[in-house]
Design a protein around this ligand. Structure first.
Ligand code: NDP
Length: 339
C-alpha cells in the first residue's frame, strides 16, 4: 500500500510516498481501508520530532473508512483506562463504516486501529466529512462543554478562529449563547469567523488584541481564552481575562510557551490556566462515544458547518503541511485516498 512513511524527522520534504506492506490487525484491532485522513497541526509536531514516535512511522492520526478485516482473536474488550472496558472487535465487522482519531498511521491507504478507538459513521454520511470532524470537532466540544463550560452571556476570546478547530469552536460557542471575540490574520479569515458566529473579530497581526479585547468588554476582560497559538499570544491573552478567568491553552501553532512564573497569575487576578489535550477528554469508551456522537450528529443535521476547501491526494501530504504551517489554510485539510 501507499503511505507517508517518515524515516527521519524534519521539514515537509521528509514526507514522501512509500510502498509498504498492508499492516496486520492483532487481537482487539481492525484493519480499515482509509477513504480520507484528516491533517492536523499535531501531525506537524510528529513530523518535526517535537512529539516523539519510534522511527520509521506513518504520520497522521485521524481518518474514516471501511473495515476490511478484524483481528482474528476473540473479543478482548481492552481499554487503556484500567477497570473500564473499551470496545471489542466483535463490535465491528468487515464492511462497517468507521472513523477514529488519536491513533498514529492514518496517512496511508490502510490503517490498523484498536477497536476501542473506532466509532460508527452514521447513515449515509460522507466518510470525508466524518474524517474531517473527529479530532477538531471533539476538541471544540470538550473545550466549550468541559474545560470551561460556557454559559449564556459569557464572553470567550478564540484565537485562530478561521482554522480547523477555530471555526468549529466559534460556531459551538456562539450557538451556546456565548459572545465570541475572534482573532485572525487576514480579511478572508475575518469573513469566515463572522459567518461562524463571532460577534467581533480582531486582526491580531495588525491590531493589539489585548487593547481591543479590553475595549470590546468595557475594560472587564473575557471569561475564558481558548488559545491554540501559544508562544505569540499566551501572555497577552492572560491580560485579556477577567479576575478568576480561565486560560485554556490547547496548542502552540506559533511555538511552545516559554517557562512561566505562576506568581504572575495572582497579580493578574487569581487566574486559572490549563493545558488540556483531547486524549484526556475521551479517556473512556463512554466519553468518546458521547463526544463523537454529538459532533457527528451536529454535522449530519447541518447545525455544524465544516469547511473542507483544502483537499489533497495522499502524495501531496507535504504540500498540505507547507500550507498549514504557512497560515494559508482555513477550516479542515484532508488527504483523500484513491478508489
Ligand atoms: P489551524 O487550522 O488552526 O492552523 C493553525 C492556525 O494558527 C493558522 O491558520 C493561523 O491562523 C494560526 N497561527 C498563528 N500563528 C501561527 C504561526 N506562527 N504559524 C502557524 N500558524 C499560526 O490548525 P488546527 O485546527 O489543526 O490546530 C490548531 C491548534 O490546536 C494547533 O496548535 C493544535 O496543536 C491544537 N490542537 C490541540 C488539541 C488538544 O486537544 N490540545 C487538539 C486539536 C488541535 P491565523 O492566520 O488566523 O493566525
Amino acid at each position: 500500500m501507499k503511505a507517508i512513511l517518515i524515516r527521519q524527522t524534519g521539514g515537509p520534504e521528509v514526507m514522501t510516498v512509500s510502498d509498504v506492506p498492508i499492516p496486520e490487525p492483532k487481537a482487539g484491532e481492525a484493519l480499515v481501508k482509509v477513504r480520507a485522513s484528516g491533517v492536523n497541526f499535531i501531525d506537524v509536531y510528529y513530523r518535526e520530532g517535537r512529539y516523539k514516535a519510534a522511527l520509521p512511522f506513518i504520520d497522521g492520526q485521524e481518518g474514516a473508512g471501511v473495515v476490511e478485516q478484524v483481528g482474528d482473536h476473540p473479543d478482548t474488550r481492552t481499554s487503556h483506562v484500567p477497570g473500564i472496558p473499551g470496545a471489542g472487535v466483535t463490535d465491528f465487522k468487515p464492511g462497517d463504516r468507521v472513523a477514529w482519531c488519536n491513533v498514529l498511521g492514518s496517512y496511508a491507504e490502510y490503517a490498523v486501529v484498536p477497536a476501542e478507538k473506532l466509532v460508527r459513521v452514521p447513515g449515509r454520511m460522507d466518510l470525508r466529512l466524518a474524517a474531517a470532524v473527529m479530532l477538531q470537532g471533539m476538541t471544540a466540544h470538550y473545550l466549550v462543554y468541559s474545560t470551561y463550560a460556557l454559559k449564556v452571556g459569557d464572553t470567550a476570546l478564540v484565537h485562530a478562529a478561521a482554522g480547523g478547530v477555530g471555526l468549529l469552536l466559534t460556531q459551538m460557542a456562539s450557538q451556546m449563547g456565548a459572545r465570541v471575540i475572534a482573532t485572525v490574520s487576514t480579511e478572508e479569515k475575518e469573513k469566515l469567523a463572522r459567518e461562524a458566529g463571532a460577534a467581533a473579530v480582531i486582526r491580531y497581526t495588525e491590531a493589539d488584541f489585548e487593547a481591543e479585547t479590553k475595549r470590546l468588554t468595557g475594560g472587564r476582560g473575557v471569561d475564558v481564552v481558548y488559545d491554540s497559538v501559544g508562544k505569540t499570544t499566551f501572555e497577552k491573552s492572560l491580560r485579556c481575562l477577567r479576575p478568576r478567568g480561565m486560560m485554556a491553552l490547547f496548542g502552540g501553532s506559533s511555538g511552545a510557551v516559554p517557562p512561566f512564573d505562576l506568581i504572575e497569575l495572582s497579580k493578574m487576578g487569581s487566574l486559572y490556566v490549563t493545558r488540556p489535550t483531547l486524549k484526556d477528554y475521551t479517556a473512556t469508551r463512554a466519553e468518546l462515544e458521547w463526544r463523537a456522537g454529538k459532533i457527528l450528529d451536529a454535522v449530519k443535521t447541518g447545525r455544524l458547518k465544516v469547511r473542507m476547501e483544502y483537499s489533497y491526494p495522499l502524495a501531496e501530504a507535504a504540500q498540505a503541511h507547507r500550507e498549514l504551517e504557512a497560515r494559508k489554510t482555513t477550516g479542515k485539510l484532508l488527504l483523500e485516498m484513491e478508489g
